[in-house]
Write a protein that binds this ligand. Structure first.
Ligand code: AMP
Ligand code: MG
Length: 345
């Protein structure tokens, strides 16, 4: 199959109509969203959604997120409640995915047999317009091959999906850079399953009863069941061994310079640290306090590290506060919990 890539805005009517036709006829399309690129299919089409799992090599028990054009469209596919509408008013369209009991119209291939469905209303104008033109909700996980970092540009999608899907819409670099915040809700409670740009602190402003799933910051214990199936897989792993250095205990620059003398490693340093290095391989992550920029660059850096063929990567251990929790959550998965310094050894 030839994979065509089109540079688009929400006004690229002819291309977006072609993409909508592909969706309606059961094909898959690579789609820009504000979080990461998605691999979209008609959420009502059982077989098209099964094809998503094949294209990604995604484990069959990891459900997909269904994307809608307006918060109210959730009514057709889920049993909503008043808390959903409070969240929608504040965060939708935007990078928040809400899990609620599903209606029968959503096939099991989308929810991996669960009786709940994950719903998101994307803010990205291309994604939103494509859903409108398709006239159906679009099921879309991240458009990477399973186990690769999520794609934040059309070229990342092309690298993973060339020859596998007919079309990729190139809407430029993703604004956020990590996947949406995922929560499951009842009428009066929220469980945070995956951290993203909508933070724990922001959710607490809407609801008094917010808990955080242990899988957000810790490894699942043997036999423990993940509330969100995606949390149990080794995700976002670069080929190189990634180590997180707790810089409260270890001087990051001198430690990584010393390591570089002994092995071919790359260093994910802060922009401010660049000038302290000489001939080391650097992957600058953004300013030390610029969490938004660090989030945006994260997956591209992990992909570039793979392309460089280094054996080891060293990075600062991220904080768990606010928006940094999303980086922490992705990094501890990418590093298989190899943390250096302090009580971590
Ligand atoms: P991705 O689309 O690749 O960003 O992954 C979607 C995430 O949402 C995965 O971690 C899934 O396990 C999670 N998810 C989707 N639907 C559900 C559901 N019904 N219940 C729990 N988690 C879900
Ligand atoms: Mg994914």
């Amino acid at each position: 199959m030839k994979t065509e890539v089109f540079r688009v805005t929400e006004k690229s009517d002819i291309i977006l109509r072609r993409a909508a036709e592909l969706i309606c006829s059961g094909s898959l399309v690579g789609i820009p969203t504000e979080t990461v690129y998605g691999l979209g299919a008609n959420a009502f089409d059982r077989d098209a959604c099964l094809d998503i799992f094949k294209a990604k090599g995604r484990p069959a028990d990891n459900p997909l997120i269904v994307h809608i054009a307006e918060p109210e469209d959730a009514e057709k596919i889920a049993y909503t409640n008043s808390l959903y509408y409070k969240l929608a008013e504040r965060f939708m369209p935007g990078p928040l995915t809400v899990i609620m009991p599903k209606r029968d119209i959503i096939p099991d291939s989308v929810t991996a047999g669960l009786d709940t469905v994950a719903i998101r209303c994307p803010k990205n104008k291309v994604a939103n317009q494509l859903i409108r033109l398709s006239g159906v909700p679009i099921a879309a996980p991240s458009a990477n091959r399973s186990g690769m970092p999520s794609p934040t540009s059309a070229s990342h999608v092309f690298k993973d999906m060339d020859g596998i899907i007919p079309m990729i819409l190139d809407g430029g670099e993703c604004e956020v850079g990590v996947e949406s915040t995922v929560i499951s809700i009842t009428e009066d409670s929220i469980i945070l399953l995956r951290p993203g740009q909508v933070t724990l602190e922001m959710l607490k402003e809407i609801c008094d009863n917010v808990t955080v799933s242990s899988a957000v910051t810790e490894e699942l214990k043997p036999g423990e069941k993940a509330l969100s199936p995606g949390m149990k897989y080794k995700h976002y792993a670069p080929r190189a061994d990634l180590y997180l250095v707790d810089d409260r205990y270890i001087d990051f620059v001198s430690f990584t310079k010393e390591k570089h003398r002994m092995e071919k490693c790359a260093v994910m340093c802060y922009d401010e640290e660049i000038e302290k290095y000489t001939d080391e391989i650097l992957l600058p992550v953004g300013g030390e306090r610029d969490i938004k920029e660090q989030t945006k660059r994260l997956f591209d850096i992990l992909r570039r590290a793979d392309d460089m063929g280094v054996c080891t990567i060293y990075a600062h251990l991220p904080s768990k506060d606010g928006e940094a929790l999303a980086i922490y959550n992705r990094m501890i998965r990418a590093c298989a919990h190899r943390i250096l310094g302090g009580e971590n050894g």
